[in-house]
Design a protein around this ligand. Structure first.
Ligand code: ADP
Ligand code: MG
Length: 210
């Protein structure tokens, strides 16, 4: 079982959008998945509830015992944790549970600076696990035809974590699919940019698992 935690205490950075899409993308590649909603607001659970035919199983684990509670789930290829907007005990237990931590950041220096507490926690845990834990940033909600600025690229580099090559762009297809309790895989044509970027994201993350 491989556990991917999508974390960033900043609300609106795209955690739920990315977590739901990663789960569905991995499932469409033939893997068994479980999406864990660690946000007390329950956005992933709300998403799951819109469409009774939604094929992604979702459970809510929004307590700081998440890492221990997850140990009873072992029959899935992948568990994707949708992070909560907190840098406290809940985030720490998600970090403990994870084999790979994905940090979505909007391409603005303010958003990057706001991740510094999380990055510290993640770095400490990486050292403790002696390289067994991996982590990366993904640029999220990037606006078309704008370069992410030099300042943004430099600020990200300062954190000493890799930045995925794949970026998730700002696209109406994401909220439109969420409103139907679906993902872009189920609402867009296979050649759409949204499906292509999520497919690339899934593949790039799977490389970290070797
Ligand atoms: P978080 O879980 O980090 O709070 P969400 O995934 O809920 O972030 O995203 C916050 C808001 O931004 C939601 O309304 C969502 O639909 C929208 N959103 C997120 N990612 C994108 C994207 N790539 N393109 C367009 N809208 C997005
Ligand atoms: Mg969310």
């Amino acid at each position: 079982m491989k556990v991917i935690a999508v974390l960033n205490q900043k609300g609106g950075s795209g955690k739920t959008t990315i977590a739901t899409h990663l789960a569905r993308g991995l499932q469409l590649k033939g893997h068994s998945v479980l999406l864990v909603d660690s946000d007390q607001q329950g956005s992933a659970r709300d998403w799951r509830a819109v469409d009774e035919d939604n094929p992604v199983p979702v459970i809510g684990l929004d307590r700081p015992t998440l890492d221990k509670d997850l140990k009873s789930v072992s029959d899935k290829d992948y568990v994707v944790i949708d992070g909560s907007p907190q840098a406290t005990s809940l985030a720490i237990s998600a970090i403990k549970a994870a084999d790979f931590i994905l940090i979505p950041v909007q391409p603005s220096p303010y958003d990057i600076w706001a991740t510094s507490d999380l990055v510290d926690l993640v770095q400490q845990r990486i050292e403790m696990r002696d390289g067994q834990l991996k982590a990366a940033f993904v640029v999220s909600r990037a606006i078309q035809n704008t370069n992410i600025g030099k300042e943004v690229a430099t600020a990200l580099l300062d954190y000493n974590l890799p930045v995925l090559e794949t970026r998730v762009m700002q696209r109406v297809a994401y909220p439109n699919s969420a409103a139907l309790g679906k993902t872009v895989f189920d609402t867009e044509s296979p050649s759409s940019n949204a499906i292509q970027e999520i497919t690339a994201l899934v593949s790039e993350i799977q490389i970290f698992f070797g």
